[in-house]
Design a protein around this ligand. Sequence first.
Ligand code: HXC
Length: 524
Amino acid sequence: MNKRTSKDQILQSKFEELEKKNDESLLGGGENRIEQQHKKGKLTARERVHLLLDEGSFEELGKFVMHRCKDFGLEKEYYLGDGVVTGYGTVNGRLVYIFSQDFTVFGGSLSETHAEKIVKIMELAMQNGAPLIGLNDSGGARIQEGVLSLGGYADIFYRNTLASGVIPQISAIMGPCAGGAVYSPAITDFIFMVEQTSFMFVTGPNVVKTVTHENVTAEELGGALAHSTKSGVTHFACANEVECIKQIKTLLSYIPQNCEDDAPPLSYASNEDELRPALNDIIPANPNQPYDMRDVISEVVDAGSFFEVHKNFAENIVVGFARLGGRSIGVVGNQPASLAGVLDIHSSVKGARFVRFCDCFNIPLLVLEDVPGFLPGTDQEWNAIITNGAKLLFAFSEATVPRVTVITRKAYGGAYDVMNSKHIGADLNYAWPSAEIAVMGAKGAAEIIFKKEISEAANPSEKLNEKVDEYTRKFANPYRAAHRGYIDEVIYPDETRQKLIRAFKMLENKVAKLPRKKHGNIPL
Ligand code: HXC
């Protein structure tokens, strides 16, 4: 920062005092602790803020805030800023609010004043309609402050909840995040974690060992890998902090500032009539053979624009943001390359959460459907596939953004209804000629409805094949549904992109309202 001088001696000494305080606050917990932070492969709170925001755009608020604790020796230990850097700035020219916890000050732990600083930023973000980004690196509640710290957490959780659906909220975990502290990120829309240097858990390895006798490391229990593959708590696992911040910027480019706003379009050299011939050869001749739905997505959307969310969790459904003719859309696709694209508990919850985010923030939804049904089994039933599958059904049914479905192959059973069918409010449904829209696969259907005929036949397996053929001819196609108008058009795969660009443009000014209510009661 440039030194200020005054010809007046008294003023000059006041300027020097301010300069000294500014310098002190920049050092957080001091040079030694900054060095320790760097040795762990971590950036400091301020370095992170500067990496994320446009150069020179950061305006810090509350730089000189100090804690008020008089217990356990804290009355002798003060750091300006009290362990969190807060303020606002821009990312690619767009306003964001940010807090970044400073591990060099009492391990980034949350005191009453630390919480007050975060709350102030959250309220500004809500009132002014811009995203809130929280960079978390904290040992949790400031132990010396007791209930004041717990109160501070609750103040944050409450505002996270009020802000939900009003402004996008993004959390990055860049160090420890343990105990009740995990619940603020959990309420936000997206969580990023950094591999090896961050972890999240409600109870740490020591408590786990005492209670369940399991031996796990912090990384195994709550590292980026565990939460991006097993629990789904984190949406993005990043190799390092620089990558994490880059990904946050990419995510921001697809989403609007607030719920009244639209995502910013990118200028796009429009060629709406462009055919994508590669799509004509994507569906294998054998209906049981897998293919990668990501190949369909990348052919349909603007080149290189697909930004996948929750990539390594519940891989039987693919969700993410993309651009179509320059406009931001949310894509939900069944993934035949994983568990045949079946819907199960995790994929239903993953899909539902994504659909609700898009609907909160006016992002139109494209659904690419190839689903053989819901996953059978005691594990699924006893862990409530009924309730969890209903989440996806509820999320689609409630979404008022433009919604378009393309059925590429299977649309069987209840999963046909759930995956953004017209019956639950989709605006347009297309099907490829390879679509099979039926209650179930032909073999299963033939075995049930022709059971008696097959068992009494001289050659049961020949009879079964004959009946499978009959059912396939009648139902394993898109035409029955098209006759009813459940499918608006059966299209050639190569014209999908063109149809979708036109469809979303046509739906651009869609106005749809839900019945007046306080709020719905999604099956939790
Ligand atoms: C006060 C804390 C602190 C905390 C760390 N420090 N956590 N000070 N309150 N919660 C201080 C340490 O005393 C140390 O100070 C400095 O931060 C760095 O900590 P280290 O232990 O040296 O760092 P490291 O080895 O990297 O370990 C980090 C850690 C560990 C894993 C986070 O510090 C830890 O386990 N802390 C306690 C975590 C905890 O139990 N928190 C309360 C959870 S309950 P010096 O001066 O030595 O540098 C909770 C309830 C929230 O959060 C409920 C909300 C509803």
